[in-house]
Design a protein around this ligand. Structure first.
Ligand SMILES: Cc1cc2nc3c(=O)[nH]c(=O)nc-3n(C[C@H](O)[C@H](O)[C@H](O)COP(=O)(O)OP(=O)(O)OC[C@H]3O[C@@H](n4cnc5c(N)ncnc54)[C@H](O)[C@@H]3O)c2cc1C
Ligand SMILES: NC(=O)c1ccc[n+]([C@@H]2O[C@H](COP(=O)([O-])OP(=O)(O)OC[C@H]3O[C@@H](n4cnc5c(N)ncnc54)[C@H](OP(=O)(O)O)[C@@H]3O)[C@@H](O)[C@H]2O)c1
Length: 246
């Protein structure tokens, strides 16, 4: 039976009116970078729980979660309102397959995220594994507005400390000179993504991890299939490993 651990909010950082990160003190949890855990609040006599990906590395004892307020959603508005010292419940059984242990070796590791889907990749990038296993690591973050390009401090730190690292952003609903326009799948199809990264996409050299909006997962996987890449499954290894947030 699942046990709920009682955590305490150390910090609630508001990035924008709708985006927030919680840092949480909790009893120790074992997980692999890229995994998620159910977190919960008691609301009107009921415990409301949802899966959230860890942003922190497994070695960091402070848990970190990155979320967006879905205005009509049962849990996310309550999470965004939490203040330092408030209680937050954390399940004791992290899980999930968006982990490097499930991804075959290759030349290039591509991490494609929409919105809050960047969370598990930040955890992965904070470990040593990607740097030991891949020659290039390319993080791609697609958001609606430039103000949603969060965790710039981690990106800048990786850009200065890891020669293997590249970062590309997409901003879809305003013009942002430092970002690509439009959506990830279109840029795979028309070659803009490869050109911007300076890395060709091919089944023999590329591994992709995709996270976030299910529409992006479907459309990007279809665009990659046109290039000969296929879903990565335990029985039939491929090049595309996905996690849908809804
Ligand atoms: C494996 C897994 C890991 C997840 N990790 C995260 C995470 O790290 N951060 C996070 O914010 N959410 C994450 N989610 C989504 C999260 O569990 C909740 O669904 C979300 O916080 C909204 O909760 P809610 O109760 O307010 O609304 P819900 O009833 O859960 O969702 C209502 C609707 O909101 C939309 N929606 C849900 N999540 C998102 C999102 N992240 N971004 C944009 N639209 C969304 C969908 O259209 C969904 O149908 C994850 C989901 C899964 C399955
Ligand atoms: N982000 C906000 O400003 C905001 C504000 C209030 C509430 N919310 C809540 O959060 C939800 C969405 O939040 P979000 O902006 O983080 O996530 P999102 O809707 O998934 O958008 C993030 C990025 O993914 C892109 N995208 C969407 N569908 C795609 C597809 N099929 N293929 C490729 N790319 C795709 C979007 O492009 P497009 O722009 O082209 O769709 C955008 O660039 C909303 O439904 C709402 O409930 C968000």
């Amino acid at each position: 039976m699942r046990k709920w651990l009682e955590g305490r909010v150390l910090e609630n950082r508001a990035w924008t009116e709708t985006l927030f990160s919680l840092r949480v003190e909790s009893p120790a949890l074992r997980f692999e970078a890229g995994q998620f855990v159910r977190i919960a609040l008691d609301m009107e006599g009921e415990r409301i729980a949802r899966p959230f990906s860890f942003v922190n590395a497994p070695s960091d004892p402070v848990l970190e979660f990155y979320g967006v307020i879905v205005p009509e959603g049962p849990l996310s508005p309550g999470l965004a309102r939490l203040q330092t010292g408030d209680a937050l419940y954390v399940a004791d059984n992290p899980s999930g397959f968006l982990v490097l242990g499930e991804v075959p070796p290759a030349e290039d590791l591509w991490l494609l995220a929409t919105g809050t889907g960047i969370a598990p990749f930040l955890s992965i990038l904070r470990t040593e594994t990607p740097w030991q296993r891949y020659r290039r690591v390319i993080l791609v973050h697609a958001v609606r507005l430039a103000s949603e390009l969060v965790y710039r401090d981690i990106v800048l730190e990786l850009q200065s400390s890891r020669k293997q690292f590249s970062y590309l952003s997409f901003v879809s609903r305003e013009i942002h000179p430092k970002s690509l326009a439009g959506r990830i799948p279109d840029a795979i199809r028309d070659g803009r993504l490869e050109a911007a990264a300076g890395a060709p996409i091919a089944p023999e050299r590329s591994q992709f991890m995709l996270c976030g909006n299910p529409g992006m997962l479907k459309d990007a996987a279809a665009a990659l299939a046109l290039r000969g890449l296929c879903k990565n499954r335990r029985r039939t290894p491929g090049q595309i490993t996905v996690e849908s947030f809804w």
